[in-house]
Design a binder for this molecule. Structure first.
Ligand code: 13P
Length: 252
């Protein structure tokens, strides 16, 4: 099965209203009519609606960077998955390492959010990744397995096929220290194996696994040419039209 490459920009807590609109329209207008890859931008939540409007009619999806798992109620400061979907988003990033490490999100929290996102019709981009000390201790694949099993517990094969996984080694995020194509491919292949053992072959062949962590225009092609790397979740380089479009081009 051919998996369509998927490049998403995680803007994190950056930009203001006007620069968000400008960046989103710049990306929308810079894309060719027949891009071979799927493209999405994930701005801060207060700019989601404006960005949805800015890319309307263009092949650019919009995603939130997080959502809560409850449907509605007294959860001050939170956004439900249905709210994210209701304003025109298609995706939500879940379990990003910054959510896990700074805001204490557990695999069990991420799991509940995945179900909420699927129920709202969103495509969850579920992030996993090891810390530097875990890699140095030779525990990378164990850590990934634990996060995978905890975050994706209880999904049917059909639900799993509606998810995207992002492998983001924490030591590569925002550091300029990108994983080598071999390092990344080893983990992606093991995630593909987990998809086969926990779900089935068809699911393993169809789920896209993005790499994230210091992806730049000059390292994107080599990473994306690995057999199990199906796209990228881009942080810093997604904040400029030119660098983001260059990464999209590398995927095409
Ligand atoms: P950088 O591309 O800035 O390393 O960020 C990666 C990331 O965390 C995307 O979610």
């Amino acid at each position: 099965m051919v998996r369509k490459p998927f490049i998403a920009g995680n803007w994190k807590m950056n930009m203001d209203l006007q620069s968000s609109i400008d960046l989103a329209s710049g990306i929308a207008h810079g894309l060719g009519a027949s891009e071979a890859c799927e493209v999405a931008v994930c701005p801060p939540s207060v700019y989601l609606a404006a960005v949805v409007k800015a890319v309307a009619g263009n092949p650019v999806g919009v995603g939130a960077q997080n959502c809560y798992f409850e449907r509605d109620g007294a959860f001050t400061g939170e956004l439900s998955a249905s709210m994210v979907s209701n304003i025109g988003c298609q995706y939500v990033i879940l379990g990003h390492s910054e959510r896990r490490s700074i805001f204490g999100e557990s695999d069990a929290d991420v799991n509940k959010k995945v179900f909420a996102a699927l129920e709202a019709g969103l495509t969850p981009i579920v992030c996993v990744g090891e810390l530097l000390e875990e890699r140095e201790a030779g525990r990378t694949l164990d850590v990934i397995r634990t996060q995978f099993e905890g975050s994706l517990a209880g999904l049917s094969s059909d639900q799993m096929q509606h998810c995207v996984i992002a492998y983001e080694p924490v030591w590569a995020i925002g550091t300029g220290k990108v994983a080598t194509p071999d390092q990344a491919e080893e983990v992606h292949a093991s995630i593909r194996g987990l998809l086969t053992s926990s779900f089935d072959q068809a699911t393993a062949e169809s789920v896209r696994i993005q790499y994230g962590g210091s992806v730049k225009p000059d390292n994107a092609s080599e990473l994306l040419s690995q057999p199990n790397i199906d796209g990228a979740l881009v942080g810093g380089a997604s904040l400029k039209t030119d660098s983001f479009l260059a990464i999209v081009k590398a995927a095409n």
